[in-house]
Design a protein around this ligand. Structure first.
Ligand code: CO
Length: 362
């Protein structure tokens, strides 16, 4: 990521702080840190914190062992380095000096509870507010470079699905399938998100977030695969439901309904449409077909540096789609104890219609 981008993003946040009367923004979420600095700290207990005042240079509190990863940013941030054995909370307390009296501190969701409690000794708890509205609008609208990375991530997912279609055979366990998928992802220069792949065979496909396990694939059963990869920090997310052998009539019917529901929602995507109406269109179709009570989750979630992020696509959400937003469209029907079908693709909203990030046949 180039420094100009970092500068722009920090400037946006500082304008927000001024406009909304926040004195300081703390950023601890690893995704927010990666978005603002271009560097993703390792997900461990050592504290990395970006402290952004209304004006002036932000401070980056960073553990000694990560210092060199951030050194190239020293013209933009003052690095406050702490070493193992030191207490970084002392450095964070020092940041409160930059907070004008009476102004609230904005903390993002990654700010650990222990830190908030420590700060509350020096600052009334009422002045420590959760706030990500300074970062959310930025992250929600993907830049051209970000869209390129999302496309590349989706293309890898498509290739891996092709492999799965080849190697997934009756007798293999769900975990075996997942491990082969992870290998295929890594061979292509990406990594797997730790929460997936979801490999759900047979009745497991009726559990939307099934925990991939030792169950063996069998002929005459569905196989639901929900996965993605992370390519240069950007996620893909795609679901296909296969059938091993000859699908029953009921499976085919349910599959068709889910596919149509997805197509309906996809056909409506354009800037200006309320996100809720996409969910409502897909839900209406499933309801009309008699399976309304078995579509038990929202239609979609935003995608970017996180597998689930803003915006969320659920009934009643009046947020309007904007060019550059990226989210999943993933209707499903889940018949408990029997089988489930979900079809998922992610799209980027564009003036000329949705840009699909995955293209594997469905
Ligand atoms: Co998803």
């Amino acid at each position: 990521m180039d420094k100009e981008k970092t500068k722009d993003r920090i400037r946006f946040i500082q304008e927000f702080l001024k406009a909304k009367g926040f004195g300081l923004q703390f950023v601890c979420s690893l995704d927010n840190l990666a978005y603002l600095t271009g560097v993703r700290p390792l997900a461990i207990e050592r504290l990395t914190l970006l402290s952004i005042p209304q004006e002036g240079k932000p401070h980056l509190i960073v553990p000694k062992l990560s210092e060199q990863e951030f050194l190239h940013l020293s013209s933009l941030f003052d690095l406050l380095v702490w070493e193992d054995g030191q207490d970084p909370v002392v450095l964070v307390q020092g940041e409160l000096k930059r907070l004008s009296p009476g102004l609230p501190l904005a903390a993002d969701r990654g700010t650990p509870g222990y830190l908030i409690l420590a700060l509350a000794k020096n600052l009334p708890l009422g002045l420590i507010l959760f706030n990500e509205d300074s970062i959310k609008p930025l992250r929600q609208i993907k830049s051209r470079e970000e869209v390129e990375l999302l496309k590349a991530s989706g293309a890898i997912a498509d290739e891996v699905l092709k492999e799965v279609r080849e190697f997934a055979k009756p007798g293999m366990s769900e975990l075996e399938v997942a491990s082969l998928m992870i290998t295929e992802i890594m061979r292509r220069g990406a990594v797997a998100d730790p929460s997936i792949p979801i490999v759900a065979s047979g009745s497991h496909s009726a559990v939307p977030h099934h925990q991939t396990g030792p169950r063996k694939l069998q002929v005459g059963e569905p196989l639901l695969i929900d996965f993605g990869c992370v390519f240069q920090g950007y996620h893909s997310d795609v679901t296909r439901t296969f059938f091993l052998g000859e699908p029953s009539e009921e499976f085919q019917r349910v599959y068709q309904i889910v596919k149509e529901a997805q197509a309906k929602a996809l056909s409506l995507i354009r800037p200006g449409i309320p996100l809720g109406s996409l969910d409502e269109a897909a839900r209406e179709h499933i309801k009309k077909s008699g399976y309304g009570e078995y579509f038990i989750h929202r239609l979609g979630h935003g995608l970017g540096m996180e597998i689930h992020e803003e915006p969320y696509v659920y009934s009643g959400n009046s947020t309007l789609a904007e060019a550059g937003m990226c989210f999943s469209v993933e209707p499903g029907i889940y018949l408990p104890g029997r089988f489930g079908v979900r079809i998922e693709d992610c799209v980027v909203v564009q003036e000329e219609g949705p840009l699909l990030l995955t293209h594997f046949p469905k």
